[in-house]
Design a protein around this ligand. Structure first.
Ligand SMILES: C[S@@+](CC[C@H](N)C(=O)[O-])C[C@H]1O[C@@H](n2cnc3c(N)ncnc32)[C@H](O)[C@@H]1O
Length: 271
């Protein structure tokens, strides 16, 4: 069959059901084992490939499963990650945290970094892949840590992993601490999109009262764990800049960085 014909048919079907048509190219690329850019070079597919593509398209049409959870694979900062129901799917918006971290690592010649709440390991791994820095990555979830370890191995980076409830088992000081903690307010969880609510683990989402619990925890211990020239880089929810900046008012607020929609999503503080 001609690939462009199947693609057109699926795009019509997805559009009619208000499904994201970009998922079609994700499915086709995964089934054919080629990158998205290589798709344009393929003219014909065989019967078994067609059936496989249709199988995944049907699953997507009949459920809310996010495309990366369907294939247990996510792409973040140009790298490939294994993911499943035990970790948050890496979000494209979090790439600005990585960019910000790399900017300061290079400007300030940082040598040590802690990624707290590492989940799939996407932040720690993307930073480590692009900087000469000693990296410790922590999470409270054993299942998440196992996935992060697998991803570090796959991406060939050397990272130390540790199970810790926030700073509980973390010793010493770091030049840079990055964290994308759970930050959804507990009473907003039930209103999240099904793709998030049903497929990202609750432990990765629930940020307690007003979504601020983990920022409070970080604030309480931060001074002890930052070197004198050290820096904290946090991801926040789109409406949390003001409360988080107020919470850290005994630190220097350096900048906030916005996402592609112009929303403040990353905050930078120094001691
Ligand atoms: C929002 S996810 C972030 C995952 C990943 N860093 C990312 O950016 O995609 C938050 C992570 O925090 C972890 N977590 C939740 N409570 C924690 C705690 N008390 N101490 C350490 N990690 C915790 C969860 O297991 C989850 O992996």
């Amino acid at each position: 069959m001609k690939l462009f014909e199947l693609r057109k048919e699926l795009k019509n079907l997805f559009s009619q059901q208000s499904k994201d048509i970009t998922d079609i190219d994700f499915i086709i690329s995964e089934v054919l084992g080629v990158s998205r850019t290589e798709l344009a070079l393929i003219e014909n597919i065989d019967e078994s490939q067609e059936q496989e593509i249709i199988k995944y398209a049907k699953i997507k049409l009949n459920s809310d499963i996010p495309i990366d959870k369907l294939f247990k694979k996510s792409y973040f900062y140009g790298l490939t990650f294994y993911i499943d129901e035990n970790v948050l799917s890496p979000r494209q918006d979090s790439e600005i945290l990585v960019q910000t971290a790399l900017k300061y690592i290079h400007e300030r010649n940082y040598k040590t970094c802690l990624d707290m709440c590492t989940g799939s390991g996407c932040l720690a791994i993307a930073i480590k892949k692009n900087a000469d820095i000693k990296m410790l990555a922590t999470d409270i979830s054993n299942k998440a840590l196992n996935i992060a370890k697998k991803n570090a191995k796959f991406n060939k980076v050397d990272i130390e992993f540790l199970k810790s409830d926030m700073f509980q088992h973390i010793d010493g000081k770091f030049d840079l601490i990055v964290c994308n903690p759970p930050y959804i307010a507990s009473d907003e969880i039930e209103y999240l999109d099904k793709e998030v609510k049903n497929y990202d683990p609750l432990i990765a989402l629930d940020g307690g009262d007003m979504g601020l619990k983990f920022y409070n925890d970080i604030h309480n211990e931060l001074r002890k764990h930052l070197t004198d020239n050290g820096m904290l880089i946090l991801e926040i929810g789109y409406n949390q800049k003001q409360p988080v900046v107020s919470l850290f008012n005994d630190f220097n607020f350096v900048e906030s960085v916005s996402d592609l929609n112009g929303l403040d999503r990353v905050l930078v503080f120094t001691k």
